[in-house]
Design a protein around this ligand. Sequence first.
Ligand SMILES: NC(=O)c1ccc[n+]([C@@H]2O[C@H](COP(=O)([O-])OP(=O)(O)OC[C@H]3O[C@@H](n4cnc5c(N)ncnc54)[C@H](O)[C@@H]3O)[C@@H](O)[C@H]2O)c1
Length: 252
Amino acid sequence: MSIGQLQDQIAIVTGGASPRGIGFAIASRFAQEGATVVILDLDAGAAQHAANLIGQQHLGLACDVRNENQANQTVRQVLDRYGQADVLVNNAGVSQSQRLLSSTQEDYDLVMDVSVRGSFNMSRAVVPHMQSRQRGAIVCMGSVAAQRGGGILGGPHYSAAKGALQSLAKAMARELAPDRIRVNAIAPGMVDTDLLLGKIDDEGKQRVAQTIPLGRLAQASDIANACLFLVSDQSAYITGLVLDVSGGLHIH
Ligand SMILES: NC(=O)c1ccc[n+]([C@@H]2O[C@H](COP(=O)([O-])OP(=O)(O)OC[C@H]3O[C@@H](n4cnc5c(N)ncnc54)[C@H](O)[C@@H]3O)[C@@H](O)[C@H]2O)c1
């Protein structure tokens, strides 16, 4: 029997409760490689249900990543239970398509806080433990909206949040490299998940697909495979990268 790439590792994935979402696809892919996954999301029942869909040994917990106390307490719970955390994927995010003049202060706070403050909180919660073991891999879920200046579905506050998150990943990569903690980001193009619900219909998706060099939207599994690469030893010498997974939508 072959040994999985993440055998005996504990991986925390935020925003993983939706079975059609990117976080769930990442958690499932990691589990296939031998990891035990901890799915965090707003609703405890939904998080635990998602974890159970992957297998009984996995865990789902409620955690609003915007809240520093909740982030700290959740990571403490994971460490008390498993004694280690090898991987953190900062995947939780909210997308809104409001344009500049129709976005409110509340819209701005929500979109920025989930992506940026949430990743800041979760990383700060887990990094002391990773430093004590001198190992760890963190991935932040950005978007090509950051590089392209939006223009697909997300409004300007969404592009700004993803740009800030990708910069946070780079800065953490530089700061934490001496502790053997690697930090990278992924910039997906358009991924067919529930994030698109109410923003684009099937016809719209087909129109967008025609503008993508590879001719289709991404599936959540496309992003999960890239994420596996970034947390596995296959990318042992890569840190501070923003990996474009957009089917050529953004070629720079
Ligand atoms: N779908 C796309 O086209 C696309 C493209 C680029 C980037 N992304 C990014 O990928 C990530 C995953 O998106 P998805 O497409 O799977 O959407 P999704 O809506 O299925 O997943 C987002 C998850 O985050 C959770 N969440 C929201 N606020 C939270 C909070 N405060 N604390 C904890 N969890 C919270 C939601 O409950 C949800 O389960 C997001 O960061 C999104 O911005 C998506």
